[in-house]
Design a protein around this ligand. Structure first.
Ligand SMILES: NC(=O)c1ccc[n+]([C@@H]2O[C@H](COP(=O)([O-])OP(=O)(O)OC[C@H]3O[C@@H](n4cnc5c(N)ncnc54)[C@H](O)[C@@H]3O)[C@@H](O)[C@H]2O)c1
Length: 460
């Protein structure tokens, strides 16, 4: 009997140890050592640039709008326009002329001509809106040639590219900002302000997504780059719109850090059918799942859910949900807040009895809350942003803030570590999926400085 009990206990202990070591069995990717003499670029300040001279690389569907928006910002000079296709640079120059601006120098002809642009001596900022694969190479070279760089989303696709951008920004002390516009949308800005003022209590869980059926766009991308990338890669290939606003609300690398993720995807049907319908091709090698879900855990014990689906017929959604200890915010499909009893300013709640977090606040209360907690940035620039436009104004706020901070020599709202964290989901979800949804470590891209700053502050 004693022998049986001993064997049972020994087996139990062995099982517990193996479960424990399995739980610790997180896949890790290499973290390059920071070169000697190099320090982090948290809250990087650079010399003020009262006039910011900008060169644009990539003028397909997205780039021309950025050039146009910049013509509405005081103190910007548009120096150069670059694209593989001459018709694209010409078209944008015509827009500049029409708006009464001097023509910019044009660069076109092949996929390497951008190297002449990053080498220009009279440029301060390189603004990149090419396809995903060329982003990081252009960004690294721009900084090496003494320029700040702003790169469309996602700015980097592999861990090597991400680390190259982090290291080059640290080495050169140049800004490297990802052009993540959704953090500047009005609901996100207002909600961030509410969070920072404690209205939602401590945020314990966040959700975000990029759910957008791209069927009307697939055949409009230069060289079919977007479908090709989806065909070749599994994972969340477009995480930043959903992930960025949640990371900001959770102070990622400003008091908390991302620890690890796990991903699960659903089999691909819609895009395979789409290709068959359009071209007759029977695709057998499509890697990207139809719907990819990723769960992330943070050092301070928070959880995040991020979803990606560019395939199924569904209404557009970035989800954007924050669950706090005193309240809840939700953007898609219905914008709303739910708050614990007593958390709402009595003046706002006056006409409603017994408001509590079991239901969304009535519409008039939501509107009054959004007015009261309007973010100072939105207060300053909302009207002009709505006039100039760009996804309802958020694109203009992003460009305006970028130029404002460069002109004043202030830290940018988003640093290279935000870029790294938000883009890291792309390669790391692929690793998780290719390893039966194993947990994968999200590196601390600040290499030890994630707790140095106390929360996110937009410089004034
Ligand atoms: N933030 C947003 O809301 C948003 C919206 C749309 C697109 N985007 C991003 O913007 C980027 C561009 O997307 P798009 O829809 O304009 O794609 P697109 O295919 O319409 O345009 C890409 C352009 O880049 C040019 N190009 C490619 N390689 C080049 C090179 N080496 N040198 C110079 N030019 C080059 C192409 O000729 C093309 O004109 C992507 O990263 C995309 O994810 C972001």
């Amino acid at each position: 009997m004693k022998k049986i009990l001993f064997l049972f206990l020994a087996g139990f202990i062995a099982m517990s140890i193996s479960q424990q070591s399995e739980a610790q069995n997180v896949i890790k990717t290499p973290v390059p050592e920071r070169p000697a003499g190099q320090t982090d670029v948290l809250e990087l300040r650079t010399g003020p640039l009262p006039i910011v001279r900008v060169a644009f690389i990539g003028l397909g569907m997205r780039g021309p709008g950025a050039v146009e928006r910049m013509t509405h910002i005081e103190g910007v000079e548009i120096i150069a326009l670059c694209d593989v296709e001459q018709k694209n640079t010409e078209k944008v120059n015509k827009m500049l002329e029409k708006r009464g601006f001097p023509k910019a120098q044009e660069f076109y002809g092949d996929t390497s001509v951008w190297r002449k642009v990053t080498a220009l001596p009279n440029v301060d900022l390189i603004y990149v809106a090419t396809d995903w694969k060329s982003h990081a190479t252009i960004g690294v070279q721009a900084m090496k040639e003494g320029k700040h760089v702003a790169i469309e989303v996602p700015s980097a696709m592999t861990m090597d590219e991400i680390w190259a951008l982090v290291n080059t920004s640290e080495q050169t002390r140049k800004h490297c900002m990802q052009l993540e516009n959704c953090v500047y949308d009005f609901f996100e800005l207002t909600t961030l302000n509410m969070v920072q003022q404690g209205l939602l209590g401590e945020i314990v869980h966040g959700e975000g997504a990029y759910i957008h059926g791209l069927q009307p766009f697939w055949n409009q991308y230069w060289n079919n780059w977007r479908m090709d990338y989806n065909r070749k890669h599994r994972g969340d290939l477009y995480p930043t719109h959903g992930f960025g606003p949640v990371c900001q609300a959770m102070n990622i690398h400003r008091g908390d850090k991302l620890n690890y993720l796990v991903s699960v995807d659903a089999k691909q049907l819609s895009s395979v059918n789409f290709i068959k319908e359009k071209t007759g091709e029977e695709v057998k090698d499509f890697r990207n799942g139809e719907h990819t879900s990723t769960l992330i855990s943070t050092e301070k014990g928070k959880s995040i859910l991020i979803e990606h689906n560019v395939n199924s017929p569904r209404p557009y959604s970035r989800m954007y949900q924050l669950t706090g200890t005193k309240g809840f915010a939700n953007k898609y499909p219905v914008q709303g807040y739910a708050l614990e009893a007593g958390e709402i300013d009595p003046a706002i709640a006056a006409n409603h009895e017994n408001l509590n977090a079991h239901s969304f606040v009535p519409d008039d209360v939501r509107k009054a809350l959004m007015q009261k907690y309007k973010h100072p940035i939105a207060k300053d620039i909302e009207e002009k942003a709505k006039q100039v436009g760009g996804h309802g104004g958020m694109d203009f706020i992003m460009d305006y803030r970028l130029i404002y901070c460069l002109q004043k020599g202030l830290p940018l709202d988003m640093d290279v570590y935000d870029l790294a964290e938000w883009c890291s989901l792309i390669p790391l979800t692929e690793i998780s999926l290719d390893n039966s949804s194993s947990p994968v470590e999200i590196p601390d891209f600040t290499r030890g400085a994630w707790n140095k700053l106390d929360g996110l502050k937009f410089a004034e």
